[in-house]
Design a protein around this ligand. Structure first.
Ligand code: WTA
Length: 651
């Protein structure tokens, strides 16, 4: 985050109470929240046991709440049996069969309403089809689909039969898809011929074919949804159309009752090394977090129309599209397109059309739409809205205030929700009906979540304004269980800094005078571009895989819309860099990883600033990338003359 942004956040003292009318109408009252906090403080495990029995339907009750005998490999509700899809679908059928579960709006504006009964039938049919294709409990299926209801159907169908899904965002490249398929040893790939986003064709099947052309030996079948109608190649004996596999399948499928700890999904995310981590979540605990946070944070109830604008390919889409709203029996909007197509009022128009009451998006979208001007939101009434949320990256006070005034008309509480792929659901966030909010602040931890800030020696940092390492001091039901296939990396990454009970989030944070948390940024080599997590090492590995590149170092600099933008310093094998090569390298990264990883700027140099022991001085590169004056001590630099060259403007 930009230093000047941190400044403006630090000077932020405005406090906004939850609007009185909102609190009066809310399902969860301040007294209920107080009761939750005191129950959680009095008995952490007992609190979560009560919540698990209240919010989830169990096939068999559990007797152990938390098993921490093998910390940090925690287990929750161990001898309980459950099925996640049953909780998201079947349990609503008696009272809400005809209630709309999903209002789907396609890129071209086409709208489809799917009832709970219909969603249940679709999931059952597809679950039966998966079984017929040989997918069984514990097998992995990679889902590479657009943000369409079939993605939710595929995820819930996997959950229904106890198969483990791993969704790969549709913007990821062939090599990224291949790596994830290989790491998960997936037996099946579920994809589409393609789809349109912002009027542009995304050729998913073509990318999938490229991924499958090398490696991916574990894949036995590829199920292809017809969506774009594009001409695609169907390989005999491997590829089969979605409509053919479901044809003739019964609309009922007995759920597979699995152990509470049975893996529900793996979702890959970036870390400090070049290789993405397969974050593994467990069935019951994860679902519990999805439900409690929807209820508490958003005050999600039966009359709401909830809209999370994320893609199901990210954790936000998992928790706040596929699992949370459905487990709550709510109505939600799902959108295939982009906020600026056909015009920058698409979101606001959809809010009015579908009478959205709870709207959840990323700061990067807010900043981008704010730039287009107030006339776009002003075309629409926006009076159905009652809660606004943000997620994924720090929000600057200016964007927060715009969101509050222009979108929420000062009537809607804003919940700035801090959490991660690893945490499964919200952790530190205001509760809409309870928490006075401050622009740029994620306020306080939820009931049952013990967040704190520690210094390097493990002492608590309590002074207002002092920064430290953000930690969670007690296990919580919806935390990740391990990194798929790499338990040592799990232990080391998240519990290596202090002890086996102290989860290290990878972010630094500070408190203000009210004790509210503020997130300062990552402490590892992870950057956040438009709310998407990227490892600088991943981008570096992609760059050095290019034939012209000898060495690469990647850092980020602040960007007023994307939050952060990638700057790559490149040492060529020979010759000088030019505009053309810079553009080739940008496209190369996009092909290797996906468009979100495309560097904003490429700078060619003869060398990188290194210490005499050969370590790249990243802090120095960050200063240079920002165009700031270098105040660091450069006396340890092996090659100080390189500095002038690095500071020259890039292409
Ligand atoms: C950042 C997204 C500031 C943070 C749900 C975290 C945030 C990373 C916020 C996780 C927020 C997420 N304010 N920063 N409200 N929410 N982050 O795994 O650095 O894609 O560690 O999960 O995003 O990103 P991930």
């Amino acid at each position: 985050m930009a230093d000047n942004k941190i400044e403006s956040v630090l000077k932020e003292h405005r406090v906004f109470e939850p609007p009185r009318q909102f609190v009066e109408d809310a399902a969860i009252k301040p007294a209920d929240v107080e009761a939750l906090y005191s129950a959680a403080e009095a008995d952490h495990e007992g609190f979560w046991a009560d919540q698990a029995r209240k919010h989830l339907d169990w096939h068999q009750d559990f007797s152990t709440t938390l098993d921490d005998t093998n910390a940090p490999f925690f287990k929750w509700f161990t001898d309980g049996k459950i099925n996640v899809s049953y909780n998201c679908l079947d349990r609503h059928l008696s009272a809400k069969a005809d209630k709309t579960a999903i209002i789907f709006e396609a890129d071209d504006g086409n709208v489809e309403h799917i009832s709970y009964a219909d969603l249940h039938a679709r999931v059952c049919r597809f679950a039966n089809a998966l079984k017929a294709q040989g997918l069984a409990k514990g097998d992995r299926a990679v889902i590479y689909l657009p943000n369409v209801p079939e993605a939710t159907v595929a995820m819930l169908a996997c959950a229904r039969i106890g198969a483990i899904h791993s969704v790969v965002f549709g913007g990821f490249s062939a090599p990224s898809l291949r790596d994830r398929i290989d790491d998960a040893e997936a037996k099946m790939l579920i994809t589409a011929d393609g789809n349109y986003r912002g009027g542009k064709l995304i050729p998913l099947k073509e990318v999938a074919d490229k991924a499958l052309s090398e490696g991916c030996e574990s894949i036995e079948s590829v199920v292809v949804l017809k969506r774009s109608g594009a001409d695609v190649e169907m390989r005999d004996g491997r590829d089969i159309w979605w409509h053919d596999v479901v044809d003739g399948q019964p609309a009922d499928c007995e759920p597979e009752w699995v152990d509470a700890e049975h893996p529900l999904f793996i979702l890959y995310t970036s870390g400090s090394t070049g290789k993405p981590k397969g974050i593994q979540h467990a069935s019951a605990g994860y679902l519990l977090g999805a439900v409690t946070t929807c209820r508490w944070v958003f005050d999600l109830g039966d009359d709401d129309v909830f809209w999370c604008t994320a893609d199901v390919g990210w954790i936000t889409g998992h928790t706040y599209i596929t699992y949370g709203p459905t487990a709550c029996g709510a109505t939600q909007v799902m959108f295939e397109g982009v906020p600026t197509y056909p015009e920058p009022d698409r979101f606001w128009k959809m809010v009015d059309t579908h009478q959205v009451t709870i709207f959840y998006t990323a700061p990067t979208a807010i900043r981008a739409l704010m730039k287009h001007g107030d006339e776009y939101p002003q075309r629409h009434a926006l009076d159905s809205l009652r809660v606004l949320g943000t997620v994924g990256e720090p929000i600057n006070p200016e964007a927060w205030m715009w969101y509050r005034q222009v979108i929420g008309k000062e009537r809607c509480p804003i919940v700035d929700t801090w959490w991660q792929t690893e945490t499964g659901a919200h952790m530190i966030t205001p509760i809409a009906s309870y928490t006075p909010t401050t622009p740029g602040s994620v306020t306080h931890a939820l009931p049952g979540i013990e967040a704190d800030i520690l210094d390097e020696s493990g002492e608590r940092v309590t002074d207002a304004g002092a920064g430290g390492v953000l930690v969670i001091k007690k296990p919580w039901p919806y935390m990740l269980r391990t990194i798929w296939g790499d338990p040592d990396r799990y232990k080391e990454t998240y519990f290596g800094m202090y002890d086996a009970h102290t989860y290290v989030a990878g972010d630094s944070a500070q408190r203000d005078e009210k004790g509210y948390f503020r997130i300062l940024g990552r402490i590892d080599d992870v950057v956040n571009v438009s709310g998407h997590r990227l490892g600088t090492m991943e981008v570096e590995s992609a760059l050095v895989a290019h034939e012209a590149v000898a060495e690469a170092a990647v850092v980020s600099r602040p960007h007023d819309v994307k939050g952060e933008a990638i700057v790559a310093f490149i040492i060529l094998k020979d010759g000088e860099g030019d505009e053309q090569l810079a553009s080739d390298l940008r496209n190369w990264v996009s092909e290797q990883l996906g468009a979100i990883a495309k560097p904003e700027e490429i700078r060619f140099a003869d060398g990188l600033p290194k210490t005499r022991s050969g370590k790249i001085m990243r802090r120095l590169l960050r200063t240079v990338a920002r165009g700031d004056e270098v105040t660091q001590d450069v006396s340890t630099l092996e090659n100080p003359q390189i500095l002038d060259q690095l500071q020259a403007k890039g292409t």
